[in-house]
Design a protein around this ligand. Structure first.
Ligand code: SF4
Length: 381
């Protein structure tokens, strides 16, 4: 996935996990690391929830989770799952009946801890519903809600307690011959989450769902998630991720992608390389990048764009990007295409012109990707 024979310092060896399916999205094994988010609407409100699911999917979410705390929610799930463009995970706490209803409603995955839903009979009923409806399960251990006997044993939430909780839940599923599961051990503390995930990665081959829980607002939560999840992903740990922010789910998706993009683990849309700007800038770098980020949101094809204020770093960065702009004097800048100097353009027309160039390049790259796929299919036939 990120194997780079020319620049080996960029390689990330992913932990070997087994592959499961969340609906039509593979998780684990050699599957791309999927990006998830969660709705924050009233789950019983089909329209509001579905609108949010669609906005998240448009932003790139591969999987969306929805809380299912009551019958109204599991009833609404039926229509939401039918209309959703991406697989839906139903988030269940304690209520085994909600889990069964969610599986029947078409959820692709249940987020539920089998050790917390009561006696063996209930566990078996939930597992049967999951099997009958081809529904996977995510065991979601959280440092803030560890079982009492583990807190008594370990005195406080710690990696050993979190992993033991996870392995206890795994054992219940495996004893019932259920293997279609993934697992998370989230904590809001980066050190605790990191240590727990590293320990978990050694203890199971189940796919791992990464997350720093309750990370905070858009800015602070993004930084915390990037540090915590970033270093785990860099170690090769993590098969699917959710960035938890007190912000719009679309922002969570964007941040998730940016983390994966930074590590070369996944690419989507335009990766903008821009300088911080200084007195040498030939145009207003900050305003231009803000405008371009908005104007280029619709591009899904992975590609790169450098927006650099002056010739100090502009030509060098442009060499390594699909489209580049370097600020110059006298109200114009230089456009680079495919790493080569192409033509001058007035600053006044800069944003429109770059959008045109990026759209053209995206269309060219998409057409090439289609041709390559066709050639591979032909060769295979
Ligand atoms: S590239 Fe030029 S404008 Fe941008 S920060 Fe560096 S010196 Fe300043």
């Amino acid at each position: 996935m990120s194997h780079n024979p020319i620049r080996p310092w960029r390689n990330i060896e992913r932990r070997v996990s087994r592959k499961i399916w969340v609906g039509n999205v593979p998780v684990g094994g050699d599957a791309p690391i999927s990006v998830q988010t969660m709705t924050n609407t009233d789950s019983g409100d089909v329209k509001a929830t579905l609108d949010q699911v669609i906005r998240a999917a448009d932003a790139g979410a591969d999987i969306v989770r929805i809380s299912a705390p009551d019958v109204a929610a599991t009833t609404a799930l039926k229509e939401i799952c039918r209309e959703s463009p991406v697989p839906i995970v139903a988030d269940i706490h304690f209520h085994y009946k909600r889990a069964i209803e969610a599986a029947e409603a078409g959820a692709a995955c249940l987020r539920i801890n089998p050790g917390n839903i009561g006696d063996e009979k209930r566990v078996k009923e939930v597992i049967k519903a999951a099997k009958d409806h081809n529904c996977s399960i995510r065991i979601g251990v959280n440092a803030g809600s560890l079982e009492k006997h583990l807190l008594d044993k370990y005195a406080e939430p710690c990696p050993d307690a979190m992993v033991e909780s996870g392995l206890d839940h795994i054992k219940i599923l495996e004893d019932n011959d259920f293997h279609n599961f993934k697992i998370s051990v989230k904590a809001s503390d980066v050190f605790l989450a990191s240590a727990a995930y590293q320990q978990l990665a050694d203890a199971t081959d189940a796919p791992i769902h990464l997350g720093i829980t309750e990370a905070g607002g858009l800015m602070s939560g993004t930084i915390k998630s990037a540090i915590g999840m970033g270093q785990l992903l860099w170690m090769g740990i993590g098969d699917t991720i959710r960035v938890s922010l007190s912000a719009d789910p679309v922002e969570e998706v964007k941040v998730g992608y940016e983390i994966l993009k930074s590590l070369g683990l996944r690419h989507r849309g335009v990766n903008i390389i821009s300088c911080p700007s200084c007195a040498r800038q030939g145009f207003d770098v900050i305003k231009t990048v803000e405008a371009l980020e908005q104007r280029l949101e619709h591009i899904k094809t992975p590609m790169s764009l450098s927006i650099i204020g002056c010739v100090v770093n502009g030509p060098g960065e442009a060499l390594m990007t699909d489209v580049g702009w370097t600020g110059g004097g006298a109200g114009h800048g230089m456009v680079y295409l495919g790493g080569k100097q192409s033509h001058k353009m007035d600053n006044d027309r800069m944003v429109d012109h770059i959008v045109e160039q990026v759209e053209a390049k995206a269309a060219e790259l998409a057409a090439k990707a289609d041709t390559d796929t066709d050639t591979e299919v032909d060769a295979a036939e």
